[in-house]
Design a protein around this ligand. Structure first.
Ligand code: HEM
Length: 240
């Protein structure tokens, strides 16, 4: 499994069950891509984030994402340079977008595999993470240790206190350009919420690998159309 396995299976299943409901009511008229995009925005707003414009009428790629495609996601021990490259290769993102998007870790949790190599100067906090990982039943760790269920700027405050969970989170305070953005987002929540929504809007409009009109609407988000075989082990991909 790649270091960052992407959306949890339970989230993928939720998208598929929404697709099933919509297709039963209206036929195969809405793509997994559109449903994923709309559900992402709704989840963000549910936790207190701001809305943004989502394109509708996009097609799906032919099949679910392969393990290789999921492996392109940035990993928990990646440097700022490497994370930035991943985003730059996909679309018109700049470093401020990358720092803002990292703020998504104001919600959600990570498993031990993602932070067992956490380095850093806050010995007490790192010790706590390590003790959790060496216990017989390690618990998933909130990525925002202050307000894990609210979409706010506390993630950046945590980073400044060296209480980021992933090495990739902490990398943002060890880089001379990104530390300034972290400080500004920690100081000005309104600016963070605005920049995050703008970056998500860019993400929602990213083009897939094929031509926009060459895709199709998948009849099951986990499968290639016409294939009734096994459900794919990995998630499903963005639009064509
Ligand atoms: C900047 C580079 C990023 C890296 C290196 C990264 C890495 C990770 C890792 C390793 C996890 C924990 C996975 C686990 O242990 O189960 C995680 C969780 C999460 N990430 Fe990221 N991520 C990045 C950017 C993003 C972006 C751009 C978003 C969304 C806009 C995002 C949203 C999330 C969420 C919501 C979770 C929690 C998932 C859950 O609770 O199931 N991440 N990320």
């Amino acid at each position: 499994m790649p270091q960052n396995a992407g959306l949890q299976q339970i989230a993928l299943q939720l998208i598929e069950s929404i697709r099933d409901t919509v297709h039963r009511a209206c036929g195969p008229t809405v793509s997994c891509t559109d449903i994923t995009n709309l559900a992402t925005r709704l989840a963000l707003m549910h936790f207190g984030g701001r809305g943004y414009q989502v394109p509708l009428g996009r097609f799906d790629s032919r099949g679910p994402a392969t393990e290789e495609q999921v492996g392109i996601l940035p990993g928990p021990d990646d440097s700022v340079e490497s994370i930035a490259q991943t985003f730059y290769q996909r679309g018109n993102f700049d470093l401020l977008d990358v720092v803002a998007l990292s703020g998504a870790h104001t919600i959600g949790r990570a498993s031990c595999d993602s932070f067992k190599n956490r380095k850093g100067e806050n010995a007490e906090f790192v010790g706590k993470l390590r003790r959790n990982c060496s216990s017989p039943l390690p618990m998933p760790q909130d990525l925002d240790i202050q307000t894990p269920h609210t979409f706010d700027n506390k993630y950046y405050e945590n980073l400044l206190e060296h209480k980021g969970v992933l090495n990739s989170d902490m990398a943002l305070v060890h880089h001379s350009d990104t530390i300034k953005m972290v400080r500004e987002f920690a100081r000005n929540e309104d600016w963070f919420l605005t920049k995050f929504s703008e970056a998500m809007q860019k993400m929602a409009h990213l083009e897939g690998e094929g031509h926009p009109t060459l895709g199709e609407i998948r009849h099951n988000c986990f499968k290639i159309n016409g294939n009734n075989g096994d459900t794919a082990a990995q998630g499903f991909a963005v639009s064509a």
